[in-house]
Design a protein around this ligand. Structure first.
Ligand SMILES: Nc1ncnc2c1ncn2[C@@H]1O[C@H](COP(=O)(O)OP(=O)(O)OP(=O)(O)O)[C@@H](O)[C@H]1O
Ligand SMILES: [Mg+2]
Length: 407
């Protein structure tokens, strides 16, 4: 067992798919006045979307990546330029409509409390806060996502940082554009070791598209990992992806609604509360409750149901409570040694990056899960989604307990 991030090595490119690529814009402000004019202290613009975050983590670990997806309009151009500036290889399929922007307004409290120097440096990340990258469904705003206690307000009182996220809807994509993407995708499958398919679908894309992408990869001997929510997640197992990675809420939502043929869990194994109260789905759950004995059992049963419907393995992330995995080789639970404070947006993307790495390296499941969970925790400690804190990784990694789990 090692507690350092793996060294650079040529292990085959991991292709990431981000169909709803975004330009993530972060405004760092002193004190937002919702009725007045606000001065933005610092603006950050960078390519976003869950697959982009996954690729950033993998590239930081020295792994070869290729970012793919759909990009259009000025936002698409700016995102592509940012990927190039970050040294992330990308092959984006052009679309006529403009890629979405996502906006995070990061409010550092009263202007007098704002520490000026670190925030004025162009191109650096905000001191704390959420980037909206990924899709709206997974973003957590407010004190929960970007919140934190900042510098005093001048009278010695602590100031609570707040972050509000504004996610534009994705562009409308045409059938012709999707076909062009599929042609590009098929061609690239010949030369990659694994595929990571993450995030939301743009308007116009069929809900079964992730299942289709996973099936096409599988047909060429390339394992796929799917990290999605809602309909795309519910359909994904039909494409027999190697790994599906929902968080606890996403898994509950996937099983709460009428599922596609073959996906619904048998009545004796499914969670009766979810089946009885589908309208409750979509409301955020208290994630701290996820690891209670009921929550663990529910997640294990849900993961087993997704596996029966075609997924090779299902890894359910539980935030600070760690994760559960149901695989061909067995079921495990990874327990974090402590809660990391920071920005949880992007933790799942770092976890997925770790799973992808373990997949292409053939790392045994327990160690694969330990490293992936450590990357998730290390991502919480980094202010911007797609980054992780190497010191936190080294601290947390050896302390994560991975133990067999039973439903
Ligand atoms: N506060 C935390 N402290 C320690 N570890 C954490 C914390 N939050 C997340 N993790 C680790 O990161 C992993 C992924 O986190 P999480 O379950 O929040 O993903 P997610 O909901 O998919 O996030 P996102 O979609 O925003 O990237 C967890 O399984 C856990 O190992
Ligand atoms: Mg997620």
């Amino acid at each position: 067992m090692t507690s350092t991030p793996p060294p650079p090595a040529a292990r085959g490119t991991i292709l990431t798919v981000t169909l709803n690529l975004a330009l993530d814009v972060t405004y760092v402000t002193g004190d937002v006045d919702w009725d007045g004019v606000n001065r933005v202290r610092t603006v950050h613009r960078r390519a976003g979307g869950k697959g982009v975050n996954v690729a950033r983590v993998l590239a930081a670990l020295g792994h070869d990546v290729l970012v793919t997806g759909l990009a259009g309009g000025p936002n698409g151009e700016a995102a592509a330029a940012d990927l190039a500036a970050a040294g992330l290889p990308a092959a984006l399929t052009p679309i006529a409509a403009a890629s979405r922007a996502t906006l995070a307004v990061h409010d550092l409290g009263p202007v007098s409390a704002v520490p000026a120097p670190p925030l004025q440096t162009p191109g650096t990340a905000p001191a704390a806060g959420a980037t909206p990258s990924g899709d709206g469904s997974g973003a957590r705003a407010g004190a929960g996502a970007g919140g934190g206690i900042g510098a005093g307000d001048g009278d010695g009182r602590p100031v609570r940082h707040r972050t509000a996220l504004f996610n534009e809807p994705g562009p409308l994509v045409t059938q012709t554009e999707l076909e062009a993407f599929l042609r590009d995708y098929e061609a690239r499958l010949e030369r990659v070791a694994a595929v990571v398919i993450s995030g939301s679908l743009p308007t116009g894309a069929p809900v079964g598209l992730y299942a289709d992408l996973a099936a096409r990869a599988r047909a060429r001997g390339v394992p796929a990992i799917v990290d999605a929510d809602g309909e795309p997640l519910r359909h994904a197992p039909a494409g027999r992806p190697e790994i599906v990675k929902p968080n606890a809420e996403e898994l509950a939502r996937a099983l709460a609604h009428e599922a596609p043929e073959g996906l619904r869990a048998p009545a004796d194994r499914a969670n009766p509360e979810d089946l009885a109260n589908p309208e409750g789905a979509g409301r955020p759950r208290d994630r701290r409750g996820a690891a209670g004995s009921d929550g663990v059992g529910e997640a294990l049963r849900g993961a087993a149901a997704l596996r029966r419907s075609g997924a090779g393995a299902v890894v359910v992330s539980l935030g600070a409570d760690g994760l559960l995995a149901v695989t061909r080789e067995g079921s495990w639970r990874a327990v974090m040694p402590y809660r990391v404070e920071g920005n949880p947006t992007g933790a799942g993307d770092a976890l997925v990056a770790g799973l992808a790495l373990g997949l292409v390296e053939g790392t045994p499941w327990p160690e694969r899960l330990r490293r992936a969970a450590a990357l998730g925790a290390a991502a919480v400690a980094a202010p911007v989604a797609g980054d992780f804190d190497a010191d936190v990784f080294r601290d947390v990694h050896p302390e994560i307990r991975v133990e067999p789990a039973r439903a």
